[in-house]
Design a protein around this ligand. Sequence first.
Ligand SMILES: NC(=O)c1ccc[n+]([C@@H]2O[C@H](COP(=O)([O-])OP(=O)(O)OC[C@H]3O[C@@H](n4cnc5c(N)ncnc54)[C@H](OP(=O)(O)O)[C@@H]3O)[C@@H](O)[C@H]2O)c1
Length: 266
Amino acid sequence: MKKVVLVTGASSGIGLSIANYLHLQKKYIVYGTSRKINNSSNFSFNLIELDVTEKSSVQRCIAEILKKESKIDILINNAGVGITGPLEEIPTSEINKHFQTNVIGPILLIKQVLPFMKSSKNGVIINITSVAGQIATPFRSIYSGGKAALEIISETLAMEVRSFGIDVVSIAPGDFNTNISKRRFHSPVINTSDYKSYAESLKKMNLGVNKGSDPEKIAKLVSTILLKRRPRIRYRVGSFIEKNGIILKRILPQRIYEKLILKLFS
Ligand SMILES: NC(=O)c1ccc[n+]([C@@H]2O[C@H](COP(=O)([O-])OP(=O)(O)OC[C@H]3O[C@@H](n4cnc5c(N)ncnc54)[C@H](OP(=O)(O)O)[C@@H]3O)[C@@H](O)[C@H]2O)c1
């Protein structure tokens, strides 16, 4: 029997790659989401409407899938946005919006699918976090904070729901070539700002995404994880340095590590 997969934020980038890849495997019935579904016929999988910041939209999305399929086996919490800027200069309204999308949104989805996964004693929840949630770099405080929160939530939840036969996994990607840098909220570069290195740092962040890996790499990893009987809680995917940079953080003295990060990212 085919497994029913929900991939949030499947109109572009990583979500689109995952949804397409799983759809092609024929083992899954794939539902992807977007806030705009007027072009749904352009997608090979089922595209349904979802805004993760609206509880009623999350409820409608889950109800629609359950009405058609009577189950959801796999939730891939991928929808998300970026945000950059010196913490002091990012408008609080943008910070709230960011956490609503990248942290509260995935939680709303999890809360909706858990009752069904628990009753069927089966389920996989994959949260797309980020290497930025493990390695802090300047001018990404809010993004890193949100991803770190989602990562630790994944770890906690894994312990809470393991006895119901549900696996929770966090996949932390490095830089991948998607639309994220074009769509993210960039605090404006202010000429009179005290944070002189932000402009250069922003250029480097955008370049990192543009030169990033092909999102299909993440789709392949998701597909491999879904075949595992006992998946790990944490996976990192990206270049060698993105996957292993965390080791430097553990072994280098803090001051030297910070100098290295500042040299690379500002
Ligand atoms: N690209 C990277 O380098 C990278 C690295 C680490 C982690 N990530 C994470 O990977 C995930 C996907 O990002 P991406 O790089 O593929 O970016 P992307 O190309 O901009 O795609 C983002 C997706 O999220 C959806 N989305 C945004 N806000 C939403 C909302 N309020 N409700 C529902 N859907 C929403 C968008 O759908 P619509 O606009 O159609 O609604 C779109 O499908 C994000 O969680 C991101 O933080 C990306």
